[in-house]
Design a protein around this ligand. Sequence first.
Ligand code: NAI
Length: 249
Amino acid sequence: MELENQVIIVTGGASGIGREACLALAKKGADLIVADFNLAGAEAVAGEVQALGRKAHAFKVDVSKADEVKALVDFAVERLGTLNGMFNNAGIGLVKPFLEMEPADYLKVIEVDQHSVYYGLLYGARKMVELGVKGAFVNTASIYGSVAARGSFNYNAAKAAVVSMSRSGALELAEHGIRVVGVAPGFIDTPILGDDPAAKAPLAIQHMHNRLIQPEKVASVVAFLFTDAASAVNGSTVAVDDGFLSFKV
Ligand code: NAI
């Protein structure tokens, strides 16, 4: 139980990578705030965490709103007494060719995928410093933070910023005993990819095992990154990409 009684917030906790991270963290002993725009989904996951014997509360949040992320951090401390970590994971995609991408399409993804991580780091770290807690942040970036994808000008920009903020955040917060790391998933089999098998097949072949990655595989790395065993991982973004960034199809 490497995370026994640690209080960790997971954003985007209702689905996919976030849901699996909640379960993996709970199995290591953590108590969770399952935060998501989808409250019913977050409540269901909080129930699954409780069934594992840990404390969990659901919280409805729009991570693109600074005041809501601040309220989320306050809620965690109010309900569970402290804050040891935060998985800034909620995100969306909005794919359009660059010449058709309006500023609103660009800004939507920047606000949800990028600014959310800044708000989580800012309000989460201020609270940890106020409480005198040493802890860790994990931020969900993407392979698309490192390579360009067609139709993803907005997403590429946001995820590259998450890689950068994980570095800068780590540097700024190290003196407080707070680590910040990124995780860069490959193509993970979650609802964000849609449900068209024909659209998923070309993604699968970009992995060395020629299949999509299951969200538990990202969650197990995320849970590890919160533990003391990962205390020397700081500022970097860890790829969980089954080789995507290491070879050309
Ligand atoms: P998902 O769609 O299963 O889960 C995303 C969750 O975020 C959903 O529960 C959704 O309700 C929540 N969410 C969306 N906008 C929100 C907002 N404004 N406020 C609060 N919650 C919000 O997708 P998945 O795959 O689990 O995505 C998690 C993260 O992983 C995202 O940041 C995504 O960009 C990233 N990622 C996913 C990859 C994939 O292939 N599935 C690849 C690389 C990165």
